[in-house]
Design a protein around this ligand. Structure first.
Ligand code: NDP
Length: 253
């Protein structure tokens, strides 16, 4: 995407990023902070989150906040509590990037361990839904809230072996569409990003034989991640965007 945001694009914006400790989420959190946002980093690993917070604090922009939360432990009650705690600290949320996710196992559905199915659905889908419900009141306090889910090309066309991960991403696309329709007359916009094959640890576990140097880095994707959090995307809702338009799904050639 050829998008050149203004350097103050996200000034006065408060943005929460899940899975902010690594990969694409880490890069998005750093990028949002660089463009002026006050960032809330959510993740399960306190040390890794702290390192990202330190990197953000060295930018001399808004200091970062951290919320240590393992999405495997997400229940509606726990997410509601987190929403309440955030409401005591922050007047609103202008953006939420649901980025955290797990791959599970790459095996045919017939062989997929039902426990892995449940873990993937818990983290990629249920936790995302519980957290969304809990954060909606804060998002609706923004005059231009942006709710962004993370999808995948296997969440649009099924692919053999991609099991629960693919199904969870189809459901994520569905959740985005339903919410976008529910809030179409409101200032809240709801969209998905498909990052496309990107150099991260999740990608390396899915394609261990691949030459990672042929893949885009998380930093390469950031124009779209910025676009969807800033004012230039204000009236865009219900859309599943590609961070790498035209990229053929599958291993890098
Ligand atoms: P990474 O595995 O590099 O990072 C995943 C992030 O999610 C990490 O911060 C990880 O935390 C966090 N996370 C995982 N499980 C939990 C949990 N139980 N509770 C809280 N946080 C958790 O993945 P990517 O950056 O590659 O992926 C980011 C998103 O992009 C995912 O939704 C993925 O499905 C999607 N995507 C990625 C593609 C790619 O090629 N990389 C392609 C298409 C979609 P920790 O640091 O503790 O492990």
């Amino acid at each position: 995407m050829h998008y050149q945001p203004k350097s103050d694009l996200l000034n006065h914006r408060i943005i929460l990023v899940t899975g902010a400790s690594d990969g694409i989420g880490r890069e998005a959190a750093l990028t949002y902070a660089r463009y002026g946002a006050e960032v809330i980093l959510m993740g399960r690993n306190a040390d890794k989150l702290q390192q990202v917070a330190q990197a953000i604090n060295q930018l001399n922009q808004c200091p970062a906040h951290t919320v240590v939360f393992d999405l495997a432990d997400a229940t509606p009650e726990r997410c509601h509590q987190i929403g309440e705690q955030l409401a005591q600290q922050f007047p609103r949320l202008d953006g939420v990037l649901h980025n955290a996710g797990i791959l599970g196992e790459i095996v045919p559905l017939a062989e997929l361990d039902p426990q892995i199915w449940q873990e993937v659905m818990n983290i990629n889908l249920d936790a995302t839904f519980f957290l969304t419900q809990a954060l909606l009141p804060l998002l609706l306090k923004s005059d231009a809230g942006s709710l962004v889910f993370t999808t995948s090309s296997v969440g649009r066309t099924g692919r053999a072996g991609w099991g629960a991960y693919a199904v969870s991403k189809f459901a994520t696309e569905g959740m985005m569409q339903v919410l976008a329709d529910e809030y179409k007359t409101h200032s809240l916009r709801v969209n998905c990003i498909n990052p496309g094959g990107t150099r991260t640890k999740m990608r390396a576990s899915a394609f261990p034989q691949e030459d990672a140097n042929k893949l885009k880095t998380p930093a390469d994707l950031m124009p779209l991640y910025l676009y969807l959090m800033g004012d230039d995307s204000r009236r865009k809702t219900g859309i599943s965007f590609d961070a790498q338009p035209g990229r053929k799904p599958g291993a890098a050639e």
